[in-house]
Design a protein. Structure first.
Length: 147
C-alpha cells in the first residue's frame, strides 16, 4: 500500500512539473506577442515588425502571430505581404475573428469592397451582428476607401 501511495505521489509530482513547464512555455510564447502588442499599441510598426517576423518563424502555426504580422504590415502600407499574413492566419484558424476583421479592413483600404463584404459575412456567421470585429469592419465599409 505504501508503495502504491508513493508511486501516486511521485506521478502527481511529475504531472505538476510537466504542467508548470507547459505554462511557462506558454508564457515564453506569449512574450513575443506581448512585446509586439506593446509596440503596436505605441504605433511603432517598424519595431513590431521584426518581433512578429521572428515570432511567426518560431511559431508558424500561431494564427494570432500571423494576424498581428498582417496588421503591422498593413500599417506599413505593405498590403501584399499583409494580405498573405492574414490569409495564413485564416488558413490556420478559419474562424479567427480578428483576422477576418483586419483582412476586411485591408480590402476596404485597397478599394476591394466585395472581398471586404465577404469577410463581414463570415464574421456574421462566426460571431453575429453585435460582436466587436463585425461592427468594426461594418464601420470601415461605411467609410470611403483610403490607402
Amino acid at each position: 500500500m505504501i508503495r502504491i501511495l508513493l508511486a501516486m505521489a511521485l506521478s502527481l509530482g511529475f504531472a505538476a512539473t510537466a504542467s508548470s513547464a507547459d505554462i511557462s512555455g506558454a508564457r515564453r510564447t506569449d512574450n513575443g506577442l506581448e512585446r509586439a502588442r506593446s509596440l503596436i499599441a505605441g504605433k511603432d510598426w517598424n519595431a513590431a515588425l521584426p518581433v512578429l517576423q521572428g515570432f511567426v518563424r518560431n511559431h508558424p502555426r500561431d494564427a494570432d502571430g500571423h494576424n498581428l504580422l498582417g496588421y503591422t504590415l498593413r500599417n506599413l502600407n505593405r498590403y501584399d505581404e499583409s494580405l498573405a499574413a492574414y490569409k495564413e492566419a485564416l488558413r490556420l484558424d478559419p474562424g479567427h475573428r480578428g483576422a477576418h476583421e483586419y483582412i476586411g479592413v485591408a480590402y476596404v483600404q485597397l478599394g476591394q469592397l466585395e472581398q471586404a463584404r465577404q469577410h463581414l459575412a463570415q464574421l456574421e456567421r462566426i460571431c453575429g451582428l453585435q460582436c466587436e470585429e463585425y461592427l468594426d469592419l461594418k464601420a470601415a465599409l461605411a467609410k470611403p476607401a483610403s490607402k
